[in-house]
Ligand binder design. Sequence first.
Ligand SMILES: NC(=O)c1ccc[n+]([C@@H]2O[C@H](COP(=O)([O-])OP(=O)(O)OC[C@H]3O[C@@H](n4cnc5c(N)ncnc54)[C@H](O)[C@@H]3O)[C@@H](O)[C@H]2O)c1
Length: 400
Amino acid sequence: MKWTDEEIEILKQHYDKASTQELSIMLPNRAINQIRDKAHCLKIKLTKILWSDFMAKILVTGAAGYIGSVLVPLLLDKGYHVKVLDLGLFGLQGLDRVKDLIELEVGDIRRATVDDVHGCDAIINLAAFSNDPIADKWPEANMSINRDGVAALAAVAKAYGVPRFIQASSASVYDGLPENPLVTTEEEEVKPERGYALSKYESERVLFRAGLQCPIVVRKGTVYGWSPRMRYDLIVNTMLMSALTTNQITCFCGGVQYRPLISINDVAKMYVRLLEADSDKVSGEIFNVSFGNHQVLEIAFEIQKTLRNHAQLDIDVVVNNDPRVDRSYQIYDKKLFRRIGFEATESIGMVVRSMYDRICCKCMNQDFDNPLYYNIKWIDTALKIANTIPTTTKMCDIFH
Ligand SMILES: NC(=O)c1ccc[n+]([C@@H]2O[C@H](COP(=O)([O-])OP(=O)(O)OC[C@H]3O[C@@H](n4cnc5c(N)ncnc54)[C@H](O)[C@@H]3O)[C@@H](O)[C@H]2O)c1
């Protein structure tokens, strides 16, 4: 949004007496970082400036999802104001605990307006169709949300002048590269194969083309751990669910394929670190993020061992040698540490122990057959309902 002469005059008159907080009250249409950047352009130095004034308000899109429901409380704990924009595909209950502490808007990133980013200092875009089965079943809607949605949101961010935009991409963009043991860096030229991976790669490209001041891309490994909006369709969580319901973990395709993995708490901490990092260390960068690469069979044995030691459970690991080829990729994840000193710390065993305690001791999320925990099952169910009950047709518009 263009600065008016009147706004510039206020800034020039008060910059040396008022704090950045006071200036932002005098300039209600401006976020603090916009004031800082404008002052920089006008070559005036804000004297009463506080580092903590920056990054005060964060827009988190897709925040009612699995990762957002853990990230938002952490941002609030750190003192950030949080605004949420989410379509609510899986409900909004993941944010129940914090709903009175946030600005919540139910809406679509593809139709984001300047009002949605008003006053925001940064955007973390988690909104997406977030796995292969949904992307494969609804390829057009997937590309429309995962790529075009990012373009629309980035255009609004650019128009309003929100400088920092962190895009949740995925390590699955490496799915088309030659088989392991290739450990891939961010510099590798990728050739994403499946629809989800391709849409995530496209999201990175549109973000970097949007002309923002500080665009950042994170290619996360598959996430594990407990969230108030639980998912049991992610490899570690699925294996734990299977162990608890059938006393068995099955590894398909021989279990030889590799996956980079990371805990949900580490992911949330990583986003906070990226918000606070100096722009010159992160702007325009892609970061791989994981707690290492793990062979599927190794993950199963780790869960088996953890449940034996922690809960005296006897779980079988079954290897299915079907001839299907599953994707397999490994990432090199040290760039983030080199740039900003961030390193993931929570191992699979550690997280499985705490998930077990929540599920089995505190009786949380034990209704394993609830379709809400499995993205594709939930959307299929919701669409069936929407097709049957005419008042819920909005759902059909999204997945047409
Ligand atoms: N979970 C993982 O293992 C993992 C790994 C790598 C990358 N990612 C990426 O991280 C992000 C978050 O993943 P998650 O596991 O929390 O996903 P999720 O499926 O649990 O949540 C996605 C959220 O986005 C919302 N949403 C979808 N389309 C929207 C739109 N057009 N406008 C507004 N909101 C919309 C949904 O309502 C939902 O609340 C996604 O971008 C995903 O691709 C996830």
